[in-house]
Design a protein around this ligand. Structure first.
Ligand SMILES: Cc1cc2nc3c(=O)[nH]c(=O)nc-3n(C[C@H](O)[C@H](O)[C@H](O)COP(=O)(O)OP(=O)(O)OC[C@H]3O[C@@H](n4cnc5c(N)ncnc54)[C@H](O)[C@@H]3O)c2cc1C
Length: 406
């Protein structure tokens, strides 16, 4: 894995040290992409899910013991490495883990996404109860926003939270919930009865054993990881489980996604970088027509294109991460990073697979696994079309107020 980009001015000495240490740890501790022990049992339903769950739990523990999950939470008093989440550190971790193993990246990312709302809006009591344990890999969190009829259109959610005495009573359904089925707690977004759109939504911490919360269905996807539909049926939780204040939920969800959107770009970058390395390896070793695949100019053009896409994605990703760490609002930059890095990683991986020929589509090959891993990143945490709308909105807003784009 090339580390030349660590020389870029976006990073500080501690970032470079982190990336090098994690690279060494990942090479030693993670089963490579094609040997993830979840691959093979994918074909037989129940046992495959069980194995994915177990692998995920093990990964969270291992990431916790090694100290990496401490970067996923903010607040030194609660186990975090820094007072607030350092976006560049999170991005470097995701890039490195994704390079080695998709499920390890997923496990790390979810420790952050699932607990992000608590880092941002938790009371000291909530932080003490949940964050320290998430930081150590002892508790697994989840982020439950999407519903069957409310994916991109978050404001269409119908899950209700009815205040009743010292409690809230939740009714409704959430779906596509990563870590669903293995999470110890869920940050759940639900609306006040009678409210509409983004108004009236609040965020709650619901522990997995809360009465009335049921895993309704486990979902199997092309790159296996724990995913489920949740049902809430008169699920009663204490008032103290509210995050922030009533009605703040939409803002809390968007702020949480804002932290992690750039890191999705970083994960895509890790997958793309791995694909480029795999392509270089195959092209320089595959003999044909009396030379190697890499000797053909058509191959060289393809490799040049891939390398340029990877570097451009890295520049956009770490620009957004660096700006965010300077305290700047990065709505547009994060959207550009996610859009470009995920769309281009898909192309880079496809090109790598093409260079591998028939072997590329064979189960057990790294490029085949990358091909499946990358797809969902163009959909979750805001599909590419949603990112395009965000970029255009910001662009037009700036043009209308300032009359210039640069
Ligand atoms: C693997 C995976 C993990 C996930 N994990 C979580 C999780 O942990 N927690 C959670 O809450 N959710 C999670 N999700 C849900 C995810 O956030 C939604 O899938 C996503 O927001 C899109 O919603 P949808 O699937 O309902 O698609 P829809 O909203 O139905 O959109 C379908 C397609 O329409 C297009 N589109 C969307 N908006 C526009 C527009 N304005 N103009 C033109 N085209 C548009 C896009 O191409 C989009 O893919 C996960 C999803 C996946 C696939």
């Amino acid at each position: 894995m090339q580390r030349a980009h660590l020389e870029w001015p976006f990073f500080e000495a501690h970032h470079r040290k982190l990336a090098q240490e994690l690279q060494a740890w990942a090479a030693q501790n993670l089963a490579p992409h094609h040997l993830q022990d979840v691959d093979e049992p994918l074909r037989d339903g129940v046992s495959s899910m069980h194995q994915v769950d177990e692998t995920c739990r093990k990964l969270v523990r291992a990431l916790g013991e090694a100290g990496w999950t401490r970067y996923a939470v903010g607040g030194r008093d609660y186990g975090g490495v820094f007072e607030s989440i350092d976006t560049r550190a999170v991005c470097l971790i995701r890039e490195t883990l994704a390079y080695h193993q998709g499920l390890a990246d997923f496990a790390f990312a979810m420790q952050g996404l699932g607990s992000g709302a608590i880092t941002l809006h938790g009371t000291p009591e909530q932080k003490a109860r949940y964050l320290s344990q998430v930081a150590q890999g002892h508790l697994i969190p989840a982020f439950a926003l999407s519903e069957p009829e409310a994916g991109s259109d978050v404001g269409a959610m119908t899950t209700e939270a009815r205040p009743e005495g010292h409690t809230y009573v939740l009714n409704g359904q959430k779906t596509w919930i990563s870590n669903g089925g293995i999470a110890d707690f869920y940050v759940v977004f639900a609306r006040a009865p009678g409210s509409q759109g983004s108004r009236g939504i609040s965020a709650f911490v619901v522990e997995a054993d809360a009465p009335g919360l049921k895993i309704a269905q486990r979902l199997e996807v092309m790159a296996p990881h724990p995913l489920a539909t949740l049902h809430f049926e008169n699920c009663r939780i204490a008032r103290s489980q509210l995050l922030g204040t009533e009605g703040q939920g939409f803002k809390i969800a968007m702020q949480t996604l804002d932290i992690f959107r750039t890191s999705v770009a970083a994960a895509a970058l890790g997958f793309a970088r791995r694909a480029l390395d795999e392509a270089l390896h195959r092209a320089t070793h595959r003999k044909m027509f009396g030379q190697t695949l890499a000797d053909f100019q058509l191959t060289q053009a393809r490799l040049a294109q891939m390398a340029t896409q990877v570097d451009a994605a890295a520049l956009l990703t770490y620009r957004a991460a660096w700006l965010r760490d300077q305290g700047r609002q990065v709505t547009q930059e994060a959207a550009m990073a996610k859009l470009f890095a995920t769309e281009n990683a898909q192309q880079v991986i496809d090109a790598a697979l093409q260079l591998w020929g028939g072997l590329g589509v064979t189960r057990g090959q790294v490029v085949e696994s990358l091909y499946r891993e990358i797809r969902a990143l163009r959909i979750y945490e805001g599909a590419s079309e949603v990112q395009q709308l965000i970029i255009a909105r910001e662009l037009l807003k700036a043009y209308r107020t300032e009359g210039v784009t640069a």
